[in-house]
Each structure stands twice: as structure tokens, then as C-alpha cells.
Design a protein around this ligand. Sequence first.
Ligand SMILES: C[S@@+](CC[C@H](N)C(=O)[O-])C[C@H]1O[C@@H](n2cnc3c(N)ncnc32)[C@H](O)[C@@H]1O
Length: 211
Amino acid sequence: MNLARRTMNNPAFALVYERAWRPAAFFLATGRTMRADRHDAARTLRLRPGSRVLDVACGPGNITGYLSTRLAGDGYAVGIDFSGPMLRQARVDNSGPRVGYVRGDARRLPFADGTFDAVCCFGALYLIPDPLVAAREMIRVLAPGGRIAISTSHRDDTWFGAVSTLVGGAGGLRVFDIDTFPDLFERSGLTEIRQEVHGLLQYVSATRPAR
Ligand SMILES: C[S@@+](CC[C@H](N)C(=O)[O-])C[C@H]1O[C@@H](n2cnc3c(N)ncnc32)[C@H](O)[C@@H]1O
């Protein structure tokens, strides 16, 4: 197991992730606050009160819990992650009437095709050993007319990007070409593909066309 995976399975890291690590590290990497990321996630996913939402590699539920507060009626958010400590923290910090957490592997999502109206994966594809397998799984479980949104790394040619790639690579983090996810989404038949770059992260969203 590489350093990044060991870190995600450490209870102490799970405890400080939402409180300190996520706000500081992501602000340094992207210039964005967690509040902005959460707000944009709900907007990009076009959540409606009754949406069924899947947050892949949800960590301690820092995005999942927020998305669930935007739902009503039959709306429900599920967070899935393989780290037991992260999920225990999610249940402590981000529980609610419309959210639940499941332990599982992003590369084999335990859901039927087309189960969710919105599927997201933020700040995690660079940690997953077969990230394109995980991305295809996300598309598989997305319902026709549903929305997908990811944020992940991209190759950045600045000195900061080069240093981050080196340091991250040593710890087991992957860096993607800027075209990798837009191309995958297009080949998978998704439409309305939008990509934004904020510092070291790319944010990509798309729609699965209604049948
Ligand atoms: C940095 S956290 C991201 C948490 C949250 N999505 C966010 O935006 O802050 C990355 C998470 O990915 C999870 N993860 C890594 N590989 C995974 C896999 N194959 N299946 C499920 N979760 C995985 C880790 O356990 C960790 O909780």
C-alpha cells in the first residue's frame, strides 16, 4: 500500500481531514474554499429535491453531507469509500436524514446501472489505482438525464506544478492529461461536457443524455 492509501486509512487523518487538511491543502492547490467547492458541486450536479446522489470516494462525507442538505422528499445521498476510518468519521460528522455511507471500491460500485441522478467524485481519482475503471463505473450507475462531476489533478507546467507532481508522485498520487476525462466522457456518449481548471485541479462535468 502506498503512502497516500495508508494516510487515507489512518483514523487521525480522517479526524483532521475536513477540519484542517481539506480546507488548507485544497486552498493551496486551487485557491478555492471548501464552501465554494460544495456550492459548485450542488449547482453543477443540478440537484433537485428528489435527486438520488452518489458521492464516490466520499472521505469523511464533507461533500456528501452538504449535498444531502439540498435534498427533500425522496431525495437521498450515498457516500462510498473504501476507508473504514473515513466512513466512521463521516457518520460522526456528516450524518443526517437524507444521507448514508457504504464501504466499497470505486472500481466496482455495488449499484445497478442507472441508479443515480447525480454522481460525483472530488479530489480522489488521483488516488484510485485504476481511475478510468472507476470513472466508467460512475458513468454506468448514472441515470439517463443525470449529471456527473469530478475534480482531479492535471499536468501543470509551472514550477509549482512540477514540484507538486514530483512530491505527489512519490506519495502515490497520479497526474492526468488535461484531455483524459473530457475524452472519456465524450467516448462514453455524455454531452454538455465542461472543464474548468483552478490551479492544480481540473473540474469536469457532463450529462448522460436522456433516452
Ligand atoms: C482526499 S479524500 C476525498 C474526500 C472528498 N471527496 C473531498 O472532496 O474532500 C480521498 C478518498 O478517496 C478514497 N479512495 C481511494 N481509493 C478508493 C477506492 N478505490 N474506492 C473507494 N474510495 C477510495 C480514500 O479512502 C479517501 O477517503
